[in-house]
Write a protein that binds this ligand. Sequence first.
Ligand code: F3S
Length: 396
Amino acid sequence: MFLNNDEEKMLQGEYGIIVQKSMKILVTLGDVFGAERMVKVKSVHVSGISYKNIGDPALEFLEEWANNGAKTRVHTTINPSGMDMERWREFGINEAFANKQIRIIDAFKKMKICKSLSCTPYLIGNKPQLNDHIAWAESSAVAFSNSVLGAKTNREGGPAALASAITGRTSMFGYHLDENRNPSHEIYINEPVNGVLEYSTLGYHVGKKLGHCIPFFKNLKKPNIDELKALSAGLAASGSIALYHIYNVTPEEKKFRENSYERIDVRKRDLTETLAELSIEEKNEHICIGCPQCSMREIAQIARKVAGKKVKRELWVFTSRTICKEAKLKGYVDVIERAGGKMISDTCMVVSPMKMMGVRGVITNSCKAAHYIPNTCEIPVALKDINNCIKVALGK
Ligand code: F3S
């Protein structure tokens, strides 16, 4: 692969051992995938932050890199951690887990990484522009940034994303190249799709049916940002899909309008079946909203529904700390907490140790959460739309 002078110096160790190791990771990946050169990235998003997911080996790796002078060269944000960094005691997290999680975050801070702890960086200041090259991990955010924003990223793993943060580069292959962004299938659905749960289910169904591909949705009416984030998460969870196009919605679709691709028809009935397969009703006492983490609009919606009422079951609302602070200023946090709900920041229902937190079953509106929680938390998940989630929380 061609390297310019600066990149060659990085590889030869002139900027220190950590930059050299980072460049080696990127060059190796580039060689494997046939990249001809590197490209500068405008931003990085790193996943693999929760102690529950990464454990001691990764903690030691991160501390070693931080102690050896690892520093980011571009704006870098990180995914949710395993706990609310301020209120972890309240939620039953033990000291041993918390101490390890704090050490992980301290290592990232030492590397000058922004302590965003969110899977929706595009809602809180890390919002790439059309055609920006970026290096993002976190599958839902990758699908959103590639598709809705028209930025260019592969689905990075945590170490490769960190290497990009430290070098400011990634290898030019995959979705960084225009010729790899063409649709593979066009998708038609026989009835209108509405709301976060339906978009989440549509994404999950298409991802499961087609696997790794680039779908082009031809007849969706204009989804809002929350529906697009749910669609992105669903597609990425079941099918490793990192890019999609929507007629009249996403920024690159005009290039492909005139062409035809293998046609796939989806019926509303398919979504109902997918939902039924994923949903397990058992001792689902906790109503958890926010996978991906809630936007301000979703928090406002929840606040309106519970205003002046009292929840009969636990209602947990997951969001980024940035959005939570803004929601507090707007009064939504007080409304939800006066009703007995809890706002949880910095983490999510999948990457936190839910059993340790006393959760025995979850009701949510996210197919991504329903896909992962039974394995990662060993508890059942039932799926309902937001209205029904709140109704159950209020005991109706
Ligand atoms: Fe985000 Fe956690 Fe879901 S990282 S997309 S809320 S699994």
